[in-house]
Design a protein around this ligand. Structure first.
Ligand code: ST9
Ligand code: ZN
Ligand code: ZN
Length: 334
């Protein structure tokens, strides 16, 4: 009889999945069971409609007021910071500490990105780091580009994600009232901040049409933020240099860093997840999130920022890295 997890029948094993490093070698020794997981057709339908809406938004952006375009970009940066400075560097990794006003601001920003609650996002992300590129990784890049990019949101999670994820400590998350409040009212808050306010504000403040306001700052901006976030799981787990640990798939990807405001230095991040800048270097152009956290520290809202020392980085590079590639690749100018 098929095993049951979380009330769900796990189908029989149908195949094995080879672990293939993006450098081309296939590791025949490590094989993982691949099971056929049911597709969530409701999610497929929602994402198809959202992407059709984003295409309408792209077209309508040529007919929108300049204020609407600036507002869309502003919301994109706010949502991105909610994910990078908030869900990722603060709540998932605790790379720095933040006072209550900053935590509230980041909580609002994270909500408008509509990428699941901070609690759920951080839970999945902690599992991703601990079990990267195994079946317990929610967006296991060994299952291909599409799966790691967005396919994982369209089907049931692998039972290993839930099983191994249940062993990850999460008590610190719910101890934060901002995280607990957001989790409790997540659905309402997310719809309000991601869709309702971005539509209503342009109409009432600068007389934008309802159609433009709905499709550009709400739908198009949301979908663009999602794809740049997802690129970290797909592109930056496949392509780029590996100066810090050449045996892992996460790589330094400058294209992703630019769109994901500093989150594409993924070989560094998986090697040193405790570093608040998620990279060895901190240019404002390629790591706007570091600049934001530093500014928050300057005004007393962020503190105890963890940074790995150059000596530790060099020692690690000598031990596990690829010394033939330059770390930083010229994008380290402050
Ligand atoms: C989205 C998230 O887009 C994107 C995250 C990307 C992460 C990127 C990280 C990269 C680094 C940072 C870079 C930032 C760059 C930012 C750039 C910005 C420009 N552990 O989930 P359920 C248990 S979201 C332990 O329903 P199913 C738990 O008991 C987009 N336990 O599983 C749970 O119950 P509860 C919008 C776990 O049924 C129960 O299982 N949102 C874990 O298999 C059921 O959980 C969507 O599209 C775990 N990890 O469904 C929603 N996980 O939660 C999509 C679960 O009550 N999601 N459990 O505690 C879904 O519909 C479903 O989750 C599903 C799986 C269909 C995918
Ligand atoms: Zn991380
Ligand atoms: Zn990763």
């Amino acid at each position: 009889m098929a095993p049951r997890i979380d009330g769900f029948d796990v189908p029989e094993k149908i195949d094995t999945l080879q672990k293939t490093s993006t450098q081309g070698q296939t590791n025949q020794v490590e094989k993982e069971e691949k099971i056929d997981l049911p597709i969530r057709w409701r999610n497929v339908a929602i994402f198809v409609f959202l992407h059709m809406g984003a295409l309408c938004g792209l077209y309508l952006s040529f007919y929108s007021k300049i204020q609407t375009l600036i507002f869309s970009y502003f919301l994109y940066i706010c949502g991105a910071l909610g994910i990078t400075a908030g869900a990722h560097r603060l709540w998932s990794h605790r790379t720095y500490k933040a006072k209550l006003p900053l935590r509230i601001l980041l909580g609002v920003f994270q909500t408008l990105a509509l990428q699941n609650s901070i609690y759920e996002w951080s839970r999945d992300h902690r599992v991703h780091h601990k079990h990267a590129e195994t079946n317990a990784d929610p967006h296991n890049a060994n299952r291909g580009f599409f799966f790691s990019h967005m396919g994982w949101l369209l089907m049931k999670k692998h039972p290993d994600v839930i099983q191994k994820g249940s062993r990850i400590p999460l008590g610190d998350l719910l101890a934060d009232p901002v995280v607990a409040f957001q989790k409790k009212y997540y659905r309402t808050l997310a719809i309000l901040t991601c869709f309702v306010l971005p539509t209503v504000i342009p109409v009432f403040l600068w007389n934008e049409s309802w159609t433009n306001a709905y499709f550009v700052p709400a739908i198009l901006r949301y979908i663009v933020t999602l794809h740049f976030t997802w690129f970290v799981n797909s592109f930056a787990h496949m392509w780029g240099m590996r100066p810090y640990d050449k045996k892992i798939n996460p790589a330094e990807n400058l294209f992703v860093s630019m769109g994901a405001i500093g989150e594409g230095f993924h070989n560094y991040h998986h090697t040193f997840p405790m570093d608040y800048s998620t990279s060895e270097h901190g240019s404002v152009y390629f790591n706007f999130t570091k600049f934001f956290i530093d500014f928050m520290a300057l005004i007393g809202q962020a503190y105890d920022r963890n940074k790995v020392s150059p000596e530790q980085i060099l020692a690690r590079r000598k031990r596990t890295g690829d010394l033939s590639v330059q770390s930083g690749q010229g994008y380290d100018a402050e």
